[in-house]
Design a protein around this ligand. Structure first.
Ligand code: HEC
Length: 188
């Protein structure tokens, strides 16, 4: 009987090991995930700001429309990961969240409401790969394209966005709001 319990518990712990990470591994992946999302954010935002400087949102929005994906792809190749930016209020339907991503977003929403610190999440996903999630928060630079009409977003920009993204839900934000999440999958 005891032997059976022993064998069973060893088996169970093996299964558990397969599906969970040690604290140390988690810390390492969090560090790596932060590095990747920081680099991707600065790549996307520096390109965007450059376009804004050259031709305002009229130039920056079409740029985003065609270049956000290729820029992200370059970062994916560089780090051997899959990078996604997703949200519960989408602009680009290609960034659609999974069920798990929606849960993470809603957890972050309630943590934000309760004034808690939003920290990255690392876990093993369904494909048995490590998956990293981190919040994306709205700052002043985002308001031109994601703010409220009249508060950051002007009529011209609004109509340009509507033309490119007729189903856009990604406006009406204020600084400090949760815009969405990074979701990074580490390839094997
Ligand atoms: C010049 C306009 C512009 C600015 C400024 C801008 N965005 Fe966007 N954003 C877009 C457009 C256009 C898309 C859709 C194309 C894409 O990136 O996939 C988008 C998409 C996104 C997405 C992907 C999810 C979705 O809804 O499709 C996130 C997340 C996001 N923006 C966050 C931000 C944050 C955070 C800032 C500020 C640091 C910001 N954006 C600034 C225009 C802008």
């Amino acid at each position: 009987m005891f032997r059976k319990i022993l064998i069973l518990s060893i088996l169970l712990s093996l299964i558990a090991c397969n599906n969970s990470l040690t604290t140390k591994e988690k810390q390492q992946y969090i560090k790596k995930g932060k590095e990747i999302t920081k680099a991707s954010f600065s790549e996307l935002s520096s390109n965007l700001m450059q376009q804004m400087k050259i031709g305002g949102s009229e130039q920056a929005i079409p740029f985003c429309n065609t270049q956000a994906m290729p820029i992200t792809k370059r970062m994916e190749d560089k780090f051997n990961v899959t990078i996604k930016r997703t949200s519960d209020k989408l602009r680009n339907s290609e960034n659609k969240p999974s069920k798990r991503e929606l849960e993470i977003i809603s957890d972050y929403e309630s943590e934000l409401k309760n004034n808690k610190e939003l920290i990255p999440v690392v876990e093993i996903n369904m494909d048995k790969n490590v998956q990293f999630y981190a919040p994306i928060i709205i700052d002043s630079k985002c308001m031109t394209c994601h703010g409220k009409l009249g508060e950051g977003l002007n009529v011209k920009t609004d109509s340009l966005i509507k033309t490119l993204y007729p189903k856009d839900l990604a406006k009406g934000y204020k600084e400090g709001d949760l815009r969405g999440i990074w979701s990074v999958e580490f390839n094997k």
